[in-house]
Design a protein around this ligand. Structure first.
Ligand code: PLP
Ligand code: ZN
Length: 401
């Protein structure tokens, strides 16, 4: 393992990495630092290419000391699919979608859970707690079960039923709160202080982001280390986009990729767009978004702890932030399924709406390679589609199509 220390993302204070750590004394998230020269000596692009196609192929960039602490449910490399029909129709002939719906529990949250739970177990954690909008809770519940770590999950009462069921079947302790993810977070914080549990909330422990970082490492490898021009990401707490940016920075400092990075685009819903608002107002941090509500449940984060890191990632890569409405999201979800096949989640569909908008405005040009991140399977959101097919009697005949 090539971790050297933890570093505050704001004041740059450093901490040692072999004991349990949460936030810096200044209140900002801690990031994991590596000896990247040693990583460079330990692995080459050729060797990497021969490894098993799971996220653990990037183990030199991950914070697990002993292989026996790895908890895996078989995290495959997820496909990058060219959108061969839709792309040219929308003026983006080089449009791709990375489909994270193929991961265990159906979303990219499995990456953060695989690495976060493995590292928690390695540090001797027996009970952990987290607030969630749903998908992260389902993923962490599954990995905790595999790791024999007790999981306590708190989610909004109106979070998708499937996530509640996933937590229940694994035997996690699930609580619903009459409120939003911020309220769930407050309940978790109180319990963690009272009972000494490990707080696995977004960015309050440093390792979930390392799992999400593999999305960036993986997509770069899939693009043969030639970064696409634009990466569009649905942003809630921001861990995914911060993780992708961290991957890009690490690969750049190892000289595995050149100086030019993809422009990172953070997409939110108009029903909860604190980061887009801050971006438009050229602020470095966001403000709490009142009455947050969107069909893209994972994007309902009214105030993200890592907002300044998302804004920095967008700024440093010449990217931007875009808000799309729930109606646009549902239209994009249908359009993608009808033109290309996959049934994607509303958060993923938001990236397609944003791409359409940015191509129309000329911010994306037809020569550019554009990558959408579909963060989860549409199967986890059956209520986003109404099916009303005709019902036949056994002797009826089908009409000619
Ligand atoms: C499907 C899906 N996409 C995107 C997000 C936003 O994730 P992030 O915290 O990385 O911004 C979530 C978070 O719950 C999610 O469930
Ligand atoms: Zn600090």
């Amino acid at each position: 393992m090539f971790v050297t220390h933890l570093e505050c993302s704001k004041c740059r204070l450093t901490y040692e990495s072999e004991r349990i750590m949460h936030l810096c004394t200044c209140g900002a998230p801690l990031l994991v630092c590596y000896d990247l020269d040693q990583v460079k000596n330990a692995v080459s692009k050729e060797v990497l290419g021969t490894r098993e196609p799971t996220l653990w192929r990037y183990r030199e960039w991950l914070p697990i000391r002993q292989d026996e602490n790895i908890v895996s449910l078989g995290e495959p490399m997820t496909p990058v699919i060219p959108l061969r029909k839709l792309g040219p129709e929308l003026g983006m002939p080089h449009l791709f979608m990375k489909d994270e719906g193929m991961l265990p529990t159906g979303t990219f949250k499995a990456r953060g859970a695989a690495v976060g739970v493995s590292r928690a177990r390695e540090l001797g954690v027996q009970v952990l707690a987290l607030p969630t909008n749903g998908n992260a809770g389902a993923a962490w519940a599954a990995y905790c079960q595999a790791a024999e770590v007790r999981a306590v999950v708190v989610m909004p009462a109106d979070s998708p039923a499937i996530n509640q069921k996933e937590c229940t079947i694994t035997g996690a302790s699930l609580y619903l709160v009459n409120g939003g993810i911020g309220d769930a977070g407050k309940i978790v914080t109180r319990a963690v202080e009272e009972f000494g549990w490990y707080n696995a909330s977004t960015l309050r422990e440093p390792y979930r982001i390392e799992g999400k970082k593999t999305m960036g490492l993986e997509l770069l490898e899939q693009f043969s280390w030639q970064p696409p021009d634009v990466i569009i990401y649905p942003t809630g707490g921001g861990v995914g986009i911060i993780g992708i940016y961290k991957a890009l920075e690490e690969l750049r400092s190892m000289e595995w990729i050149g100086e030019k990075l993809p422009r990172l685009v953070a997409v939110q819903s108009t029903g909860c767009a604190p980061i887009v608002k801050a971006w438009r107002e050229q602020q470095k941090e966001s403000q709490f978004w009142e009455n947050a509500q969107t069909i893209a449940f994972g994007l309902t984060v009214p105030h993200a702890l890592g907002d300044f890191l998302v804004l920095e990632a967008i700024h440093k890569t010449n990217g931007c932030a875009v808000a799309v409405s729930d109606q646009e999201i549902l239209e994009a979800q249908r359009l993608l399924a009808q033109r290309e096949g996959p049934f994607i989640c509303p958060e993923g569909a938001a990236t397609l709406s944003a791409a359409m908008r940015l191509a129309e405005e000329g911010w994306i040009t037809s020569r550019e390679r554009v990558l959408l991140l579909n963060t989860g399977a549409g199967l986890k959101y059956p209520e986003t589609v109404q099916a009303d097919p005709p019902v036949l009697e056994p002797d009826d005949r089908l009409p000619d199509e």
